[in-house]
Write a protein that binds this ligand. Structure first.
Ligand SMILES: *Cc1c(COP(=O)(O)O)cnc(C)c1O
Length: 356
């Protein structure tokens, strides 16, 4: 049976990415060797990392003066690496979910953190509005897509200071104005590649200003200087990332991805809103994520939630159980998810509702 993969991360990758990665595991760039066993210093792998960096710059329209890095440690390492490298005095953070909370905790190890807005009071079901970012902070940090709670900031905020953003779960789903950011980071396992690599886009000019000593491996300048090859980089995930980047380019780039993503999410939110059995956990349409759609059963049907997950299983739908901190369901509609999978899920919701 065809599977419809709604996992939140690691998550669906395009068939293009998986097929070409599988090919390279058998024979990488006609070397007669597997990509798993070639030197990262070989000219064939150097070509991979060069093209991947160039495609990130092209797809996201990265201006001059920024470096593109492929690092280890996941997005979670960036929670401490960002403040270690660029927090001298004070930083402003927006508290919109579990990942933001984790980022705030790490930043406090390095300086003052002002939480300028929080939606903790309602289990992170909205994006705080009308907050003020003080002018005297080194940067403003936010999480563009709150993977667990299904909220998203889909327009680059307007603030008077440089921004830092955790774009782990919605990078490449819309055009962004990189010039507003000092650092953008994203764990690869949601919209790019298998787990194991983190994409970091950093403005060179913001580095070298803190007084603390930074361990070599945690200093962005080390990795910039060595072209992401200071130590052995995660070779396989970088190769897969290149395949995904080629695929995005072939499909018309991020503006095209956004159109399709909006359409997929629109279909599912409409189905949820027009149902008597299901309801969304994020009520303001402006705050609703187009990557992770969170919904629950209305109180009247609540006890059927487990049964619905099992029912979905009979239709090949996997990974829609909600995160334990929200409950219900979460359908992750990353770029690689075909629209047919959304239609299969909507049919399952309608058929299940009819049967009850
Ligand atoms: C998944 C996720 C993370 C954690 O990523 P790791 O690579 O596992 O550290 C951080 N932030 C967001 C927004 C995420 O979706």
């Amino acid at each position: 049976m065809k599977k419809h993969n709604f996992y939140a991360g690691p998550s669906i990758l395009s068939e293009y990415t998986i097929k070409h990665t599988a090919d390279a595991i058998l024979n990488f760039a006609n070397t007669g060797l597997s990509v798993l066993e070639v030197s990262h210093r070989s000219k064939e792998f150097q070509a991979v990392i060069d093209e991947a960096q160039a495609l990130v710059k092209e797809l996201l329209n990265v201006p001059d003066g920024y470096s593109v890095l492929f690092l280890g440690g996941g997005a979670s390492l960036q929670f401490c690496m960002v403040p270690m490298n660029i927090l001298s005095g004070k930083a402003a953070y927006l508290e919109t979910g579990t990942w933001a909370v984790n980022a705030i905790k790490e930043a406090r190890l390095f300086g003052d953190v002002e939480v300028v807005g929080s939606s903790k009071d309602s289990n992170f079901s909205y994006i705080p509005k009308g907050f003020t970012v003080p002018d005297d902070v080194d940067y403003f940090h936010y999480t563009s897509n709150n993977t667990i709670f299904g909220t998203e900031v889909r327009v680059d905020p307007d603030v008077n200071v440089p921004m830092v953003c955790d774009m782990s779960s919605d990078i490449f789903s819309r055009p962004i104005d990189v010039s507003k950011y000092n650092i953008i980071y994203a764990g690869a396992q949601k919209n790019l590649a298998p787990a194991g690599v983190t994409l970091v886009i950093v403005k060179d000019e913001c580095l070298g200003k803190v007084e603390r000593a930074i361990p070599t491996m945690l200093d962005y300048r080390t990795h910039i200087k060595k072209g992401s090859m200071f130590n052995t980089p995660p070779v396989l995930p970088i190769y897969s990332a290149l395949m995904t980047l080629r695929y995005y380019k072939e499909r018309g780039g991020v503006a095209e991805m956004e159109k399709i993503d909006l359409k997929k999410a629109g279909l599912l939110y409409d189905a949820i809103d027009s149902s008597k059995m299901f309801e969304g956990t994020v009520s303001d349409p402006a705050d609703r994520s187009i990557m992770n759609v969170c919904f629950v059963m209305t109180p009247e049907f609540k006890e059927l939630e487990k049964e619905f997950v099992d029912f979905c299983g009979t239709r090949g739908i996997v990974g829609i159980k909600g995160h334990r901190s929200v409950g219900g369901f979460r359908a992750s509609l990353y770029n690689a998810l075909p629209i047919e999978s959304v239609e299969v899920l909507i049919d399952a919701m309608r058929d299940f509702e009819k049967a009850h």
